[in-house]
Design a protein around this ligand. Structure first.
Ligand code: SF4
Length: 318
């Protein structure tokens, strides 16, 4: 039986202990697709509040960074926020799973969309926290430049550094339809440049995007692999409240992927992924009342059970 290289297996093999990612959400970060720099309104499925459960209340909501910000008066606040969120989650993971080492995952919004000085302060603080072995930085391919990549490449000499790009799809018609704010060509350039800097790329892909066939979804997986991604994350597109996609869904303009097609596509995708590429996620659940559809996305646990069963039929262990 073939064992998929999950994050658990990858990090345990590399560090000899359980390593867990700790997601961090910092106030002040936004996204060029939200602040109007490349598009307005964000991706049709994006409801950022739901991605940022850890945000704290005592900071002006209207303060947002961009790479052109002249100063960042809230840097100290952000550093504190980083430390607090880290320690809180670390304690939970230690108690629950016996976690020993940690990767700080800058998850919400676009985490390179700020002046380099701010990024340096935050990343270096994160790497200084006890038991942290590295960083995983979630961002967009249009929001990172050569200077930041060179800086991250230097950090990667001593620490585990991952750059997580939202690719979602490699079809321009889909990217337009979801209001992604960039095209496939620009993604290719950035991913190539990132790999040239010897940085590890994790590609995020969504199955079930509007009007996509299974062949298209699998082509996106193959594209990410061909571009040199060392890790893949896949999740189904679901509709949550307060999004443009929710309006489309109510008007009958968007039909979510069925669970059967999703699982079949995941199985086929995992067969394409080489054994040395880490697969960090193949499901996503949203266990609260913001989920509109499909309802099978409510429980990640049930999704994983069915995915594992389907994979066993193919002699694959996740
Ligand atoms: S790129 Fe990410 S944060 Fe920005 S609008 Fe799209 S999903 Fe939201």
């Amino acid at each position: 039986m073939r064992h998929v290289l999950t994050a658990g297996r990858y990090f345990r093999e590399k560090y000899g202990v359980n390593v867990y990612k700790i997601p961090i959400s910092l106030l002040g970060f936004t996204c060029p697709n939200i602040d109007g720099s490349v598009a307005k309104g964000g991706c049709v499925f994006c409801e950022n509040e739901s991605f940022s459960p850890n945000l704290e209340a005592n900071m002006p909501k209207k303060f947002y960074l961009s790479p052109h910000s002249i100063s960042n008066p809230y840097l100290d606040f952000q550093l504190k926020q980083l430390e607090t969120q880290y320690h809180k989650t670390k304690i939970k993971l230690q108690k629950k799973f016996g976690a020993k080492k940690f990767i700080i995952y800058f998850q919400s919004f676009t985490n390179t969309y700020a002046p380099l000085e701010t990024l340096k302060a935050l990343y270096e603080k994160a790497l200084d926290l006890e038991d942290v072995v590295g960083l995983s930085i979630g961002t967009r391919t249009d929001s990172i430049n050569k200077e930041t990549l060179s800086y991250l490449a230097a950090l990667s000499q001593k620490s585990e550094i991952w750059v997580e790009y939202g690719i979602q799809s490699i079809f321009d018609e889909t990217l337009n339809r979801i209001n992604r704010g960039h095209d496939v060509e620009s993604m290719k350039e950035t991913i190539k440049l990132t790999c040239k800097h010897n940085l590890s790329v994790c590609a995020h892909l969504i199955f079930g995007l509007p009007d996509e066939t299974q062949e298209m979804m699998l082509e996106s997986v193959q594209f990410a692999l061909d571009m040199g991604a060392k890790s893949i994350k896949i999740h189904p597109l679901y509709v949550v409240k307060r999004t443009a996609l929710a309006n489309d869904f109510k008007r009958g303009l968007f039909l979510p992927i069925s669970q059967e097609l999703y699982i079949d596509t995941v199985v086929k995708a995992l067969k394409l992924i080489p054994k040395d590429v880490m697969v960090q996620r193949v499901s996503a659940g949203i266990e609260n009342d913001t989920l509109i559809s499909p309802l099978w996305c409510f429980s990640k646990h049930q999704q994983m059970h069915k995915i594992r069963q389907a994979l066993i039929q193919e002699d694959i262990c996740y």
